[in-house]
Write a protein that binds this ligand. Structure first.
Ligand SMILES: *[C@@H]1O[C@H](CO)[C@@H](O)[C@H](O)[C@H]1NC(C)=O
Ligand SMILES: *[C@@H]1O[C@H](CO)[C@@H](O)[C@H](O)[C@H]1NC(C)=O
Length: 463
């Protein structure tokens, strides 16, 4: 039987929905060119009318059993449309159920975009109130008074809920009967949701800030000091001198550790992580297009290739940020020398015997896509990776990737002082061991992530 709604054909309905999708994209704040979308109360009202239209149609379709197959047919067509790689990921769950609450959905997009400018908020509120006033004017003689009375009632209900702390700020996704809701109620709901999200974020930011300041101030931790003191007590002086000479000094170890932690806790890094996680949640075709449009060069500050590399590397670890912080805070000092660390890295057969479960496979293929792209961007200039934080490079390159091998072989070149396009330290010329130079730090980072934290690298503990 299929589609049997008399007023409009399925093709036409899909065309209208595509138009609605375009409005929703603009409602999220930006035009496809990346410029800010312009919204005034008139075009917001137009968008609201579209939303009302869809709600009415879909309520009707839903309420009568004869249209059940129509809805199924439409949902199949919507699913097909949303699965196309060019379809915006943020709207991927669009269905007849979403369209049945199109007003709330539209308001969600209008009110959750960042940043919510004053003029934008004012336009949304104006159109919200005007829509409700005009609906009331159909039944009420004095619609303004009627509106104010309803608003007072609504406010009282809302405050009551606040006091019993059961304010319902969850989206009305499942509630079937939001048909009686007005624009005002839906807008207030979304504003509460935005407010609670913002206060959540600022609490987290504050917490991370305190942590990051603490890390910066105390790179020499108490436990490591006492460990070292303990060691001094038990070992004879020559042995101690010997081991102190070859192994990484506690002070250096702690400096590297705090530098790595500070990088990951930095506000800028966290923003990049969240941006990367958003960008790479799309398909490779989508984010590839974004990066492909940029003309990277080492000199052009507008399209800094180093920032692009950083973003790609962060894209590989975005879902594992928590575990990285956890791991970094938990590794404690051990006295393995840099050259021993280097040999452990060089001789291990990373990943050769590994089997991945399905979740790991999906993550691996996503990472592989990002790393493939990075490989192309680097064009053989592995030394560009050395501009990124040593900890980031170490954790983001999985040992099964060709880039990891390349990075390791560059480390090898530097370690032995073989000819290379760059030289990261002067230890070899000065006849010194690599101990507290950049190369030593890079080896240390690889060591603590790939040797001491292998399960984290392979994402077995991450989501
Ligand atoms: C909106 O509708 C709710 C019921 O869904 C009602 O309690 C409230 O008073 C209404 N508010 C306005 C401003 O119409
Ligand atoms: C990219 O930038 C370089 C120099 O900055 C310029 O020579 C080249 O023509 C640009 N390519 C494109 C496609 O814009």
């Amino acid at each position: 039987m299929g589609w049997n709604y008399p007023d409009i054909s399925l093709e036409e309905m899909m065309k209208l929905i595509k138009g609605f999708v375009d409005i929703l994209i603009l409602a999220s704040g930006y035009q496809s060119s990346g410029l800010l979308a312009h919204w005034d109360s008139d075009n917001i009202k137009r968008a609201f009318h579209w939303a009302l239209f869809f709600e009415n149609v879909f309520r009707r379709l839903r309420s009568l059993d004869v249209y059940r197959e129509s809805l199924e047919e439409l949902d199949a067509a919507l699913f097909e449309m949303a699965s196309r790689p060019s379809f915006p990921q943020g709207l991927a769950h669009l269905s007849s159920a979403t369209l049945r609450r199109a007003r709330g959905y539209m308001l969600e997009h209008l009110l959750h975009n960042l940043p919510l400018r004053d003029s934008h908020l004012k336009a949304i509120l104006t159109s919200t109130i005007e829509m409700d006033l005009s609906a009331l004017s159909e039944t009420e003689h004095d619609c303004l008074n009627a509106y104010l009375n309803k608003l007072t009632l609504q406010n009282r209900l809302c405050m009551g809920n606040l006091f019993t702390s059961s304010l319902d700020v969850t989206p009305t996704m499942e509630t079937e009967d939001s048909g009686s809701d007005n624009f005002t109620k839906l807008a207030v709901q979304e504003l509460f949701r935005r407010q609670s999200a913002v206060s959540c974020i600022s609490t987290i930011e504050e917490g991370v800030n305190i942590l990051s300041n603490a890390v910066r101030q105390s790179s020499w931790t108490e436990s490591d000091c006492s460990l070292f003191r303990e060691k001094m007590k038990h070992e004879s002086l020559p042995a101690l001198l010997q081991s102190a000479d070859a192994s990484v000094a506690v002070f250096t170890w702690n400096q590297w550790k705090s530098r790595a932690l500070s990088y990951f806790l930095d506000k800028r890094t966290i923003r990049l992580v969240s941006g990367a996680s958003l960008i790479f949640s799309g398909t490779k075709v989508q984010w590839g297009k974004v990066f492909g449009q940029l003309n990277f060069s080492e000199k052009d500050s507008n399209c800094d290739i180093h920032e692009a590399i950083e973003l790609l590397l962060l894209g590989c670890i975005a879902s594992r940020w928590n575990y990285i912080i956890e791991h970094l805070t938990s590794v404690s000092y051990d006295s393995v020398t840099i050259s021993k660390q280097y040999h452990m890295l060089a001789n291990s057969d990373f990943g050769k015997s590994q089997t991945f479960n399905q979740k790991e496979d999906i993550m691996k293929s996503k990472e592989a896509g990002i790393l493939d792209f990075l490989m192309g961007l680097l064009g053989g200039q592995v030394h560009l990776l050395w501009k990124s934080s040593p900890a980031l490079t170490a954790i983001s390159l999985p040992s099964w990737s060709p880039l990891f091998r390349l990075y390791l072989s560059e480390i090898d070149t530097q370690f032995k002082g073989n000819p290379s396009t760059m030289r990261c330290c002067s230890c070899i010329q000065d006849w010194n061991e690599h101990k507290d130079c950049e190369l030593a730090e890079r080896i240390w980072c690889l060591y603590i992530f790939h040797v001491c934290g292998a399960q984290m690298i392979h994402g077995t503990c991450g989501a």
